[in-house]
Design a binder for this molecule. Sequence first.
Ligand code: TRP
Length: 329
Amino acid sequence: MEIVVSGIRSTGNLHLGNYFGALRNFTRMQHKNKCFFFIADYHSLTTHPIPADLHGNVRHVLAEYLACGIDPGAATIYLQSDVPEVTELYLLLNMISYTGELERTTTFKDKVRNQPDNVNAGLLTYPVLMAADILIHKADKVPVGKDQQPHLEITRKLARRFNNMYKSECFPEPEAYNFGEKLVKIPGLDGSGKMGKSEGNAIYLADDEKTVRKKVMRAVTDSGPTGPGQEMTEPIRNLFTIMHFVSGPDTIQHFKDRYNDCTIRYGDLKKQLADDLVIFMKPIQGRINDILANEDYLARVASEGAERARESASATVREVRELIGFKPF
Ligand code: TRP
């Protein structure tokens, strides 16, 4: 059985891009692999969240994970900050990470550009912490999006370096995992690019009906097809792509036909898409609210997850300490 590790930052709520891009696929693999899913609350500190918001953010992401079908009976779901072994491995990996290679990481450069007034050392060593998250369970596979590729490269490099340095085969080199399908990119509503929190073009799982309708009705379109069978522009293709995930095949065909014979009205298309999104999201939102109302359940999931994660993590740290040369008196 392969070991799978994935994490998600605890800042902000999940959007449909997270859902269709990753979460839906996690739920499909949790019964066939040994899966660890965690909420990266230490990573979220690189942006200095307000203390009063931190717990609520984590709680919400946990509830969303569960509402989307992560099964705590099958997968181990936990908070990063509940597993102190991660921070120990992070420290040890920092000793074999070079500042030059961290400074050259494209994601670091992006972050420096985004928050020039807060270039903390945590930001520089973000990939080292991520490597610790992954290596602590000796993961084989890491289901992440393309944006995380540079971090995974560093993880692989550190695994190799550690193994060479300590003449061991302690860490497998984890691979990015795409679920055997091509990477799904969920487009945003602004006409180009992917759906993302920082892009400001996302529909969140927690958005209420009114918000969803407003966002969809405002989505960018074009001035309409001018001839039969004309190729779609990106904004229109994007609406159809989202539709593909939430609408029935007949509905999609109907609007494709209307596009092809040039009788399409984008207002109708958007209204249909909004209707279908609302129907799709309702049960998930119901589950999110039920779970958030059940404090005992959340507490139990978090503590059982932490216990299982620590079992796996402490075994790795023990081995690593020994390899490095620490010995009890
Ligand atoms: N950096 C990831 C993101 O921003 C979150 C993350 C932290 C992660 N640690 C991880 C993902 C370990 C996979 C494995 O999405």
